[in-house]
Design a protein around this ligand. Structure first.
Ligand SMILES: Nc1ncnc2c1ncn2[C@@H]1O[C@H](COP(=O)(O)OP(=O)(O)OP(=O)(O)O)[C@@H](O)[C@H]1O
Ligand code: SF4
Ligand SMILES: [Mg+2]
Length: 369
């Protein structure tokens, strides 16, 4: 495979938040140890439950959020400081809600002309360049759309305009954060197919953020599974979905919509932990049916479970990596089976983990998702 265009190495983001529960300011670990590579002509999906840190990862890669730790590399070169215009053009972010991201007072012509002109890609015939962008996102005939305002377009058409605007600056990387989750089910497939076309024809490196593992399998080449701010499994999309190795990925897959009605509710397996007081060791251990004593004590590293496939789980540690006594069945204090009433453990005795803090207040002024 070619060299990655964009790479994250141990990237992390912490926020100082105030919660009603604690009153004073605490640290929220939105993402930790994020290591991934985005290659030209591939789609990498980031999947996980709400609050697992998916959008934080896309914002870190877009550098709309400043990392608390770790390194970002573009074409192998570390990116430092505030991103310049070049970085912003190379790495484009497409958001979930196209209506919010398109200025309602401007028509499509204006929306697409701005990035073309600012970056000097307007060419001798600006209208022709705009029509070409519309053609690339299958809004044809272009004359039908070029004078429309966002409110005159359907959700799918608006998202296509948002993607066209991203394409205007000739990016190498497209970060698409839940690009279809606000669209009608009937038009989601069209937008996913558009992303697949851009991957294949334009050789874009695409990050596809979603909570829907089925759509990740459909679109992505590689899947990265996140839980409580950390990557727990990553690998080829078909392997991760058809033969998930990490217990959390198995849970996530069992909760995916099933035409035979066998879908399991994620909530019935407990809820994700607080990111202010995450569980010690493996963050999934309070919900994990396979938890062992070591799971609450030490965080597992990402162990190889196949070619390009890793699982951050002690079950997959090579022989000798785990002391034998550490794999005895878990004591009662660590729930061996998960239920809705299973208590969540905490790294801090003063507090039981809670769901994500109510109305967290970012002290670095960062945007809330
Ligand atoms: N600006 C911020 N200030 C404080 N906390 C934040 C901020 N942005 C995100 N968080 C917290 O970081 C955690 C991860 O948020 P993030 O938006 O990345 O999750 P997500 O996986 O994208 O969730 P969803 O699927 O609901 O979009 C959450 O607990 C969230 O409340
Ligand atoms: S490390 Fe332990 S608790 Fe975590 S997923 Fe693996 S078996 Fe479960
Ligand atoms: Mg999100």
């Amino acid at each position: 495979m070619s060299e990655p265009i964009l790479s994250a190495r141990e990237l992390g983001k912490r926020y100082r938040v105030r919660t009603r529960r604690f009153g004073r300011s605490r640290t929220l670990h939105a993402a930790e140890g994020i290591t991934l590579d985005l290659h030209a002509g591939t789609v990498t999906a980031v999947v996980g439950e709400s609050g697992s840190g998916k959008s934080t990862v896309s914002r870190l890669l877009a550098r709309t959020t400043t990392p608390s730790e770790g390194t970002l590399l573009l074409d192998g070169v570390p990116v430092a400081g505030k991103p310049g215009r070049d970085y912003r053009a190379r790495v484009q972010l497409v958001l979930q809600d196209p209506f919010a991201s398109l200025n309602p007072v401007h028509d499509v012509r204006y929306i697409l002309s701005r990035p073309l002109l600012i970056h000097g890609y307007g060419g001798p015939d600006l209208d022709a360049s705009i029509r070409d962008l519309l053609r690339r996102v299958s809004l044809e005939p272009a004359e039908q759309f070029i004078d429309k305002y966002p409110h005159e377009l359907s959700g799918g058409q608006r998202q296509r305009v948002a993607i066209a605007r991203a394409l205007a600056v000739r990016p190498s990387v497209l970060l698409a954060d839940e690009p279809v989750s606000m669209l009608d089910v009937s038009i989601r497939l069209g937008v996913l197919n558009l992303l697949a076309d851009l991957r294949d024809t334009d050789r874009l490196a695409i990050l596809y953020v979603t909570h829907d593992i089925a759509s990740a399998r459909y679109l992505a080449d590689t899947i990265v599974v996140m839980y409580a701010g950390e990557i727990v499994e990553s690998g080829p999309a078909t392997e991760v979905t058809d033969d998930p190795r990490h217990p959390y990925t198995r849970l996530l897959r069992s909760a995916a919509p099933d035409p035979h009605g066998r879908t399991e509710r994620l909530g019935s397996r407990g809820t994700p932990p607080s990111l202010v007081t995450p569980p010690t060791g493996c963050r999934f251990h309070p919900r994990c049916p396979s938890a062992m004593p070591i799971c609450a004590q030490r965080a597992p590293e990402a162990f190889d479970v196949g070619t390009g496939h890793t699982s951050a789980c002690w079950l997959h540690a090579p022989a000798g990596a785990v002391p034998p006594t550490a794999t005895e069945p878990a004591p009662a204090a660590v729930p061996a089976a998960v239920s809705a009433s299973a208590p969540e453990t905490s790294s801090e005795p003063e507090s039981r983990p809670e769901r994500d803090p109510q109305a967290p207040v970012a002290e670095d002024g960062g945007p809330m998702s």
